[in-house]
Design a protein around this ligand. Sequence first.
Ligand SMILES: *Cc1c(COP(=O)(O)O)cnc(C)c1O
Length: 402
Amino acid sequence: MPTNRDTVPAYDGPLRVPVEPAQGGWYTDAERAALRLVFDASDNWRSGWRFAEYAAAFEEQFAAYCGAAHARVFNSGGSALEMVLRALDLQPGDEVISCGINFVAPHLAVINQGGRLILAEPDPLTLNLDPADTEARMGLRTRAILLTHWNGAVADVARFEELAAAHPHPVHGPPKIIVDAARACGGRSPSGARVGAQGWATVFSFESKKLMTTLGHGGMVTTGDDALAEKLHALRTYGGRDQWGTNQVLSKPACAVGLVQLARLDTMNTARIERAQQRTTALADIPQLTMPPQLDGSRHLYYRHMILVPDAWADEGRNELMHALASRYGVGSIISDPVTYLGHDFIRRHTIGQHLPRAERLAGRLLCPCLHPRMENADEDLVRHAIRSATADVTRSRTTTT
Ligand SMILES: *Cc1c(COP(=O)(O)O)cnc(C)c1O
């Protein structure tokens, strides 16, 4: 079976705009000052790099920002997902439902914690998990719904809480709503609640490409569940005194930088939204392309600017467009992301027999040209010009060959 990975055109020429930004937000003298302070206070045999105070401050301010009762900091979003899934204590046969178009991390965590991963179809416009298809796949073994706010488009968490309440597990009650907000830090739900305020647990990532970053790696979980907060604290610091645990806390310099980034998160998100909306408006008249949805308020943070090509272009035409963008205009773009079972063999081996026609078709139409709030206007103009011209090129080549 051909996978998305096999069919993505390899481009080795020098790109004028990379396939994606290596850093999500930006850094200032405030981060440098915070780092210097930490360094000077820590390079000392009496104090060292003890993190507790900084971690507690970062957690407290992050929880307050989200409107969540608790926050627990981790060394990555991946570790945090793993520990939240572990806290579910999945038994053989227990099922977790998640959208097929996704990053691999949430799916790998479900499988590693012994859950049966049940894949569901995306909404055709936002590519967020489709509530109707989710409900169709719920049953007596459903323990959790793992909801990813896809590429910055904030999903309606309350809708999934309703579904969970309507389909309780016979022993554990309503399935838990676990939110992967790695790409939606600072967003708001349709009700106006901050991402992180709803659901059983919300997982964030501060990896280099994310909307706020902590020197390359970092993660956080918010929750309103006191017991979960305590459990996560124990899991990431060797189990407290009475259970299994490991070491997954975030370092002191990273926490110090996180505090500064958090204070600037809204500014960085606003700049990103503005750039994305301007691009959407500038390209809205290209009939072949579907631009990302415009959602009210900060309901779409445009972690990536997702474009869909016509259905008839799925896979082949999309690949042609990506190739044209790169080879003729030097503009990189990325498929964000393939259906996980097509892009990752381990996930495929654990989801044998599952097939998502809608997700596969949509992923075949998807491409995300590079977007960053700090791109120079000349770079932005180049990207827009390239998308317009390359789409015309592909349209021409597809009408002459068919
Ligand atoms: C980045 C990301 C993760 C994992 O976060 P890391 O901090 O890189 O481990 C999980 N889910 C999604 C959707 C992501 O984009």
